[in-house]
Design a protein around this ligand. Structure first.
Ligand code: GLU
Length: 477
């Protein structure tokens, strides 16, 4: 379909919050649509009632919105193929299942769970693959009677003979012998479709051009191709994107406790950095560039550049990108974004803090720790060596005294002059100024490192600064 409009979808099941792996699938589908000026559709696949976790649908919408991955059609926004929630489309699937039965592509099956279990057991005993033995296919007249008599029944796909193959956008040619594929249940006895029927019917009705999903679905694709053929429908392009592994090289999964992406927000990660990091899970730009804003990703992203090998999520890379994205933010944006992490501060206060913080944050949450000595009382950690290593008592006293003198003289406003004055004290004592300044950090901030100390003194004001310096001086005896 070279000229058809690009329409991609993200089709999560509401079985929990989104983690990096599932968001990666969503992002690749979103970017494919945005790159082509097409549409991105969100569809909730909630036909598996047993795996349903209440509240996860709302979490999914919130996560996508927070990351800036807006959808053109789907829950909340509606669209021409409404509803976009599969449990509200049950009649459609049933109708399509019946069409398949009428055309001879599917059949009713009344085998009981007990019979199926015994069948599988026997197959295992003979070291055969476990699969439905098509018993009901050859006794359809009886099956009709049994159904009329009230027996529970499912609809199974009659998997055709031959080979299923397709040109996967990410993986190239993929092919399966159909003889290896089971007659998949399409409609369950409770009238609900299985994923396989619902996904194909909806992808067709919703005019999806590219099915982008995790590569764990590759073994299902032959079943889906059989369904497209049975209905006589055009087949979309398939792009099976590689698994995302955690730092331990194990697959990220809800079951293994992969972290809810929204929690990263609470930890002070920016949506733009998360999106940047996730985009690099399997995709590369082809040049050296690794830092991308969302708009740039829309311009540059193509599925053809997705590597089929498994991608490894590296938290260190997320940290690096987060720091870079923080430094790209304007002061106004940071003043806004830090509200959550510096609760109780006014905009004006945050505006004064931002220049000190910008270069020193890996996450926005670092602001809480860094600013604590300026916003509350400094809690003196008496276990901190004071004077610090490599600084003798006399030098520490000289640094503090010189600083008290300068502040009393009102020299605090001129940072450069202050620095020079204090450096000269360190130099006269023969102590490296980096070491000598630790005396002031401990006096003002309670720790030997942190926010730039002269700026911190200015923020505190003359009175508080002098008070802290004098207290530290008293500790030196
Ligand atoms: N509901 C499926 C899932 O949660 C969607 C798979 C697909 O995209 O076809 O993974």
């Amino acid at each position: 379909m070279p000229d058809a409009r690009v329409r991609t979808r993200f089709a999560p099941s509401p079985t929990g919050a989104l983690h990096f792996g599932s968001v990666r699938t969503a992002l690749f589908a979103w970017l494919t649509a945005r790159h082509a000026g097409g549409d991105f559709i969100l569809r909730i696949e909630d036909t598996d009632q047993e795996r349903y976790i209440p509240g996860s649908e709302a979490l999914i919408l919130e996560t996508l919105s927070w990351l800036g991955l807006n959808w053109d059609e789907g829950p909340e926004v509606g669209g021409p193929h409404d509803p976009y929630i599969q449990s509200l489309r049950i009649a459609t699937y049933r109708e399509h299942a019946e069409k398949l039965v009428d055309g001879g592509h599917a059949y009713w099956c009344t085998c009981t769970p007990a019979r199926l279990a015994a069948m599988r057991e026997a197959q295992r005993a003979r070291s055969e693959p476990t699969r439905y033995d098509r018993r009901c296919l050859t006794r359809q007249a009886d099956v009709t009677q049994e159904r009329e008599g009230g027996m529970a029944a499912v609809v199974r796909l009659r998997m055709p003979d031959g080979v299923s193959d397709w040109d996967d956008v990410v993986r190239g040619r993929v092919s399966f012998a159909n003889s290896d594929i089971d007659d998949q249940v399409l409609l369950k006895s409770d009238g609900f479709p299985t994923y396989h029927l619902a996904v194909v019917v909806d992808d067709h009705l919703m005019e999806i051009s590219h099915v982008i999903r995790s590569d764990e679905w590759i073994p299902s694709t032959p079943k889906h191709l059989a369904l497209y053929a049975a209905f006589g429908w055009d087949v979309p392009r398939f792009a099976h994107v590689p698994a995302v592994l955690g730092p331990d090289h194990q697959k990220l999964s809800k079951r293994r406790g992969a972290r809810n992406v929204l929690e990263y927000g609470e930890l002070g990660y920016l949506p733009s950095a998360i999106v940047n990091c996730i985009a690099l899970l399997g995709w590369s730009s082809g040049d050296e560039q690794e830092v991308f804003a969302l708009e740039e990703l829309c311009q540059r992203f193509t599925l053809e550049r997705v590597n089929p090998a498994a991608a490894i999520f590296d938290p260190k890379r997320l940290d690096d990108l987060n720091g870079i994205h923080i430094r790209r933010m304007s002061t106004d944006e940071l003043v806004e974004a830090l509200e959550f992490h510096l609760p109780g501060t006014s905009k004006e206060t945050r505006r004064m803090l931002v220049p000190m913080l910008r270069e020193r944050m890996v996450t926005l949450a670092d602001a809480t720790r860094l600013c604590a000595p300026l916003l509350g009382e400094v809690k003196l950690d008496l276990s901190i060596e004071f004077p610090p290593k490599k600084v003798d008592q006399a030098t520490a006293v000289a640094m503090i005294d010189a600083c008290i003198e300068a502040v009393e003289e009102g020299a605090l406003e001129d940072h450069d002059a202050m620095l020079e004055r204090l450096r000269a004290v360190a130099e006269r004592s023969g102590v490296k100024s980096r070491d000598a300044f630790r005396v002031l950090y401990i006096a003002i901030l309670g720790t030997p490192a942190g926010l730039p100390v002269i700026e911190a003194m200015e923020f505190l004001g003359k009175e508080k600064t002098l008070q802290r310096l004098r207290e530290a001086r008293a500790r030196l005896g």
